[in-house]
Design a protein around this ligand. Structure first.
Ligand code: GRF
Length: 183
């Protein structure tokens, strides 16, 4: 049996859904907010899930350690950030050394951060993409594991471009996670 997978989410959860639909076995789903629609998707799939909002803890370090504890009680060894919008504190990363991955809607190192698609359009480039990378303590600075290009089309809006990037993410992320789980 491969490494047990935990998924971190903040919002819609379409990447979580893609992992579930691809048959990736998920042991637990954690969120920084109880409002993430992703938690309802976890519920529907029968996956244990819990929200860890910052206001329930003294600081980010305490919140991240509580989240790491909870994931580890579910046997999680590989953490997948699937639209998780908070930075992870070093104390969390130390619990899963070299075993935290993220999916990002740009061709890193171009356009790191939380507004990648908007900034891509503002920059007027004609190509962007999706990246799956290891997470370190920086903002989208960890080693790139896989990337795929997506063209920026004339007339693209943030929504239309992000939708095309998500389509690629939904294929790329499960592929990489399956390889890492088996490794
Ligand atoms: C994805 O595009 C991901 O790259 C970015 O946030 C989006 C999350 O989408 N970090 P979803 O919640 O998986 O639908």
């Amino acid at each position: 049996m491969g490494r047990r997978v935990g998924v971190l989410v903040s919002g819609e959860g379409s990447n979580l859904q893609a992992l579930l639909d691809a048959g990736v076995e998920i042991a637990a789903v954690a969120s920084n907010t109880p409002e993430a629609r992703a938690l309802a998707r976890a519920d529907l799939a029968g996956v244990p899930n819990w929200a860890f909002p910052l206001d329930g803890y003294d600081d980010r370090d305490a919140r991240d350690l509580a989240m790491a504890d909870w994931l580890q009680t579910h046997g999680v060894e590989l953490v997948v950030c699937a639209g998780y919008m908070h930075l992870l504190r070093p104390g969390f990363l130390d619990r899963f050394p070299g075993a935290v991955v993220n999916v990002h809607p740009a061709l890193l190192p171009a356009f790191p951060g939380a507004h990648a698609v908007e900034e891509t359009l503002e920059a007027g480039v004609d190509e962007t993409g999706a990246t799956v990378h290891l997470v370190d303590a920086g903002v989208d600075t960890g080693r790139v594991l896989r990337q795929e290009r997506v063209p920026v089309l004339v007339g693209d809006t943030e929504e239309s471009l992000h939708a095309r990037i998500r389509e690629v993410e939904h294929r790329l992320l499960p592929e990489v996670v399956k390889e890492l789980v088996g490794a």
